[in-house]
Design a protein around this ligand. Structure first.
Ligand code: KIV
Ligand code: ZN
Length: 389
């Protein structure tokens, strides 16, 4: 907890790949894993090896081919799962087994028909099994977001004693408010006597749109690993977006954190994941949406053209996005119109633009967006009229 480095644990190939329609074959998974390693993620969760022979093969291919990042395989608190994960990871340069069990009353009573004491013992046991295969064991307390803090602290202390080196505190259902999630992490920092022997990890789902806020609050409270996915893919409403947490940490340097992500690869990789997983990115998605650097209203366009920083906190180049766009709609103003004519090679003075503006508005009211072809026609007609007048 002493350093400001935040470990980026990418689970696009596991939690992200659980999304209906996003399933990948081994070749696709390996290609993305190599790109994730290039991006600079610290840990790649490659899959859930016991879940299918195909996923076992994917995890083992990734384990063989990834040289620098840690490769992680998921398992339940079941001996066979853990052995299978260990087998899939056996050629990894840095293998991690991610094992765990549900700790909230919903899980203990409804899913396992069990008791807190029994779940505590199973948690200790699964970590011990995993430690037979690797020194890098991450324990997840599923639904920690809705788990009583006193019991959660007891489980976390016990699993660290059993050998867990990372403790994952998932808000599995995306239920927590940021202050509640932050208080949960702070509670563990202050009440688990051996917490300094493990890295605390945030794994937040987005059911209320709070995954990113919760992860950042968790880090501020003492966590040093964020589990996240490219484009925020993941079960139901998704997981924490890698690009968002990385850019928040970069933009708010005063917080004192950093990651090793090469941010200029964020947009190309986002497109790659979207294409490979056949899952379009919403246009207004932060950092990687097609509108993330588009300006369309007159007031914004005028400010942006005078000084980009007026309406942009990130330089698109920094995240590998196309340059900022001035989009022409019926809400656009004269400065934007003049700018777009200029980009097409037409030099008009203020008086010309005043004359052209009404014509522009009538086209803009008919179309959602005025494009270069419309502008060219408008400019040529105007030049012809003024030449013959
Ligand atoms: O959301 C969750 O709790 C998970 C665990 C398996 C880590 O994905
Ligand atoms: Zn999850």
């Amino acid at each position: 907890m002493s350093t400001g480095k935040v470990y980026i644990f990418d689970t696009t190939l596991r939690d992200g790949e659980q999304v209906p329609g996003c399933k990948l074959n081994t070749k696709e998974k390996l290609e993305l894993a190599l790109k994730l390693e290039d991006l600079g993620v610290d840990i790649i969760e490659a899959g859930f090896p016991i879940s299918s022979p195909g996923d076992f093969e994917s995890v083992s291919q990734i384990a063989k081919n990834i040289k620098h990042a840690t490769v992680c395989g998921l398992s339940r608190a079941v001996q066979k799962d853990i052995e299978t994960a260990a087998e899939a990871l056996k050629y990894a340069a840095r293998p991690r087994i991610h094992t765990g069990i549900g700790t909230s009353d919903y899980h203990i009573k409804s899913k396992f028909n069990s008791t807190q004491d029994d779940i505590l013992q199973r948690a200790i046991q699964c970590v011990k099994w995993a430690r037979n295969f690797t020194n890098d064991v991450e324990f997840y307390a599923e639904d920690a977001g809705r788990t009583d803090n006193v019991y959660l602290a007891k489980v976390i202390e016990a699993v660290i004693k059993a050998g867990a080196t990372t403790v994952n505190i998932p808000d599995t259902t995306g239920y927590c408010l940021p202050y509640q999630y932050g208080e949960k992490i702070a509670y563990l920092v202050n009440h688990v006597p051996n917490i300094d022997k493990a890295v605390i990890s945030c794994h937040c789902h987005n059911d209320l749109g709070l995954a990113t806020a919760n992860s950042i609050t968790g880090v501020i409270a003492g966590a040093r690993q964020i589990e996240c996915t490219i484009n925020g893919l993941g079960e139901r409403a998704g997981n924490t977006s890698l690009e968002e947490v990385v850019m928040i940490i970069r933009q708010h340097k005063h917080l004192g954190f950093h990651t090793d992500i090469k941010t200029e690869q964020l947009n190309p990789l986002s497109r790659n994941v979207s294409d490979t997983m056949r899952m379009p990115v919403q246009p207004n998605k932060a950092i990687v949406g097609s509108n993330a650097f588009s300006h369309s209203s007159g007031i914004h366009q005028d400010g942006f053209l005078k000084n980009a920083l007026t309406y942009e906190i990130i330089n698109p180049e920094e995240v590998g996005a196309d340059s900022s766009k001035i989009v022409l709609t019926a809400r656009s103003g004269r400065s934007a119109l003049a700018y777009r004519f200029q980009k097409l090679g037409f030099q008009f003075d203020r008086n010309d633009i005043d004359q052209l503006y009404n014509n522009f508005l009538s086209v803009a009211d008919r179309k959602k967006e005025v494009e270069d072809t419309d502008l060219t026609i408008m400019a040529q007609q105007y030049q012809t009229t003024t030449a013959t007048a």
